[in-house]
Write a protein that binds this ligand. Structure first.
Ligand code: SAM
Ligand code: SF4
Ligand code: SF4
Length: 337
């Protein structure tokens, strides 16, 4: 392992695989309707990596130290037969954790069961409010809260646990939902994670004033219930964890804006068309699909990835100031958060 880190300069543990750039939601902070309307050109199918290609790359990443995969998007469940991809990935020796982030809209009990049987271990479901009006104005397609709650239950029933719930907090939009969401998920075994609203992509009109700092979120919760900080599960974990002292379970905050964690970031991202991104805010991707389709051997692909990763100097969040960068950045729905 030490040798591997020496070769790579920085460890590489996690790979996020975005399987589609499409989504059935139009969340205002991710894919605003005005930009991603009916005329938006999503990738044609031939541009997407096939499941075989994804599995081949995943095995190469495994050789470089990756043992955790997260399937994301866009909305990963809009990609047909994604469970067959999970099955392939599950078959790769050394991959010991496969998770998925989903908006839950297509996560029926049958689908959840099938995903679990294919080897998916855990699911994170995104839900930003329990208030239907607020949630529907955020997802912008009129999708009701109740059906996301059903999806969370379906995931829990299928054993995709602990189910994590991602809530992006935007000041003046849903910060009044922090306490109701915390109250709802206490004592359920599900782990709510509050995410600071980020300046991902170029379309969401981010301003620092919209961010509710994690510290404020923790303070608001501590005024309702006694809590204490927990030690991270693993170095490089993105969430800071807290537990309710009355046994109500735990919650997390993801402080990517106010207390960035770039130094510990061991995560690579693969876009649906096979671009490797070194950072969520990456200004460029590195094309792996061309060599893959041009017949490169595993050794050649591995060497290319090593060369890309070892020159990695990105630490966008640590360098961000009050303002987002004017330079172009990859859109969130292409690399999946
Ligand atoms: N469609 C799936 C979903 O929403 O769960 C997976 C992809 S989505 C891009 C992954 C995560 O990124 C979601 O939890 C979403 O809430 C979060 N996200 C999207 N835009 C964000 C932003 N501007 N700031 C912080 N988190 C964001
Ligand atoms: Fe779709 Fe997820 Fe982005 Fe919402 S956050 S638009 S559900 S990809
Ligand atoms: Fe990793 Fe980039 Fe996020 Fe820093 S800003 S933690 S380097 S993804």
């Amino acid at each position: 392992m030490t040798e591997l880190v020496d070769v790579l300069q920085r460890p590489l543990h996690d790979l996020r695989i975005s399987v589609t750039d499409r989504c059935n939601f139009r969340c205002v902070y991710c894919m605003p309707k005005e930009v991603f309307g009916p005329s938006f050109a999503f990738l044609p199918r031939r541009e997407l990596l096939t499941f075989e290609e994804i599995a081949r790359l995943a095995a190469i990443f495994r050789d470089l130290g990756v043992h955790k995969l997260r399937i994301t998007g866009g909305e990963p469940l809009v990609r047909r037969d994604v469970d067959t991809l999970i099955e392939r990935l599950h078959g790769i020796e050394g991959i010991d954790d496969i998770a998925m982030t989903t908006n839950g809209a297509l996560l029926t009990p049958d689908r959840a069961q099938k995903l679990a049987e294919s080897g998916l271990r855990r699911v994170t479901v995104s839900l930003d409010s329990l208030d239907n009006d607020v949630f529907q104005s955020i997802n912008d397609v009129g999708f009701p809260v109740e059906r996301v709650l059903d999806a969370i239950q379906a995931a829990a029933d299928a054993g995709l646990t602990p189910v994590k719930i991602n809530m992006v907090v935007k000041r003046g939009v849903n910060d009044h939902d922090i306490i109701p969401m915390a109250a709802h998920f206490r004592h359920t075994g599900q782990v709510l994670r509050f995410i600071e609203y980020m300046d991902v992509g170029t379309a969401n009109g981010w301003r620092m004033d919209d961010v509710v700092p994690a510290q404020e979120i923790v303070q608001r919760i501590s005024q309702e219930w006694p809590i204490e900080a927990l030690t991270p599960d693993r170095p490089g974990d993105v969430a800071r964890r807290y537990r309710y002292l009355d046994g109500g379970g735990e919650f997390g905050v993801i402080t990517s804006v106010t207390q960035p964690f770039c130094g510990a970031c061991s995560r690579a991202r693969l876009s649906p068309e096979g671009q490797l991104y070194l950072c969520l805010f990456g200004q460029r991707g590195y094309d792996l699909r061309t060599p893959l389709r041009d017949g490169a051997s595993d050794d050649e692909l591995r060497a290319q990835i090593v060369n890309i990763w070892r020159t990695r100097t990105v630490r966008y969040s640590e360098e961000r100031s009050e303002h987002t960068t004017p330079l172009p950045k990859v859109e969130m729905f292409r690399i999946g958060g």
